[in-house]
Design a protein around this ligand. Structure first.
Ligand SMILES: NC(=O)c1ccc[n+]([C@@H]2O[C@H](COP(=O)([O-])OP(=O)(O)OC[C@H]3O[C@@H](n4cnc5c(N)ncnc54)[C@H](OP(=O)(O)O)[C@@H]3O)[C@@H](O)[C@H]2O)c1
Length: 226
């Protein structure tokens, strides 16, 4: 029996990751922001192995409370929460720019630092939901510039976290691109459905067990250039 924490599980990929890992026999700990979002999770097959917590990744108080309440033997901590934010760095307000950086960068990375001691030494995995849009090398189309920058910054801080504390503890760090997925964020015209993405992501988590590296991979295992 393995234990996975999934942060940002109310809908979309987070909800899909909970369903997939319950199907695979994991004990799942998941977070939502609103009590109203618990019902769909509690109705999933295998939900007798599901524990729910409330967390906004931008709240230091929520991060401290979750870190205190979690067991110290997480096989995987998966920080999925994220927003798409404003389209243009020029027209966005300072509040909008601050909000996306708090939600996609500083909140997730500060949470990861708070959780690193709860992830199993030597075999555990700390995963961030990044995006191919965070790749500078593979940006050939532009667009979504603030979102891109947020995921690039998240990747950079994930690397620093790996070097600073995860590597010494033998914890593997993954920055994962889920594909372009049909969710509220991805839209109906996206390439793949949630099931295809989360099945591939769960396979990648299993494949990187004990890897002791920081890699940027997509749901199919393709290595993405930084
Ligand atoms: N869909 C794609 O094509 C795609 C591609 C590349 C990367 N991604 C990444 O995949 C992740 C999930 O995206 P999705 O497509 O599933 O989007 P989504 O359907 O919009 O879901 C976003 C999730 O993040 C949660 N969230 C947002 N801000 C939060 C905060 N401050 N604290 C805690 N939870 C928060 C939301 O909770 P609420 O319900 O409470 O708002 C929701 O559970 C994101 O990090 C996104 O950047 C998605």
């Amino acid at each position: 029996m393995k234990t996975i924490l999934i942060v940002g599980a109310s809908r979309g990929l987070g909800l899909g990751l909970v369903a997939e890992h319950l199907k695979r026999g994991f004990d799942v700990i998941a977070t939502v922001r609103k009590a109203a979002d618990e019902a769909e999770l509690k109705a999933l097959p295998g939900s007798e192995r599901l524990t729910l917590h409330h967390l906004d990744v931008t709240s230091d108080d929520d991060i401290a409370r979750l870190a205190k309440d979690l067991p110290a033997d997480l096989d995987i901590a998966f920080i999925n929460a994220g927003i798409s934010g404003p389209k243009s760095v020029v027209t966005a307000s300072a509040d909008e720019l601050n909000q996306i950086m708090q939600a996609n960068v500083f909140g997730p990375v500060r949470l990861a630092h708070a959780l690193i001691g709860k992830v199993r030494r030597d075999t555990g995995i700390l995963a961030f939901m990044s995006s191919i849009m965070g790749s500078i090398a593979e940006n050939e189309s532009g667009g979504m510039e603030v979102y891109r920058a947020s995921k690039t910054a998240q990747n950079s801080l994930a690397r620093s976290l790996w070097i600073g504390s995860a590597k010494e503890a033998g914890v593997t760090v993954l920055s994962i691109h889920p594909g372009w997925v049909k969710t509220d964020m991805g839209g109906a015209g996206a390439d793949i459905d949630v099931d295809t993405s989360v099945t591939g992501i769960a396979d990648q988590l299993a494949a990187h067990h004990g890897a002791h590296t920081h890699h940027f991979v997509d749901y199919s295992g393709r290595e993405i250039a930084w």
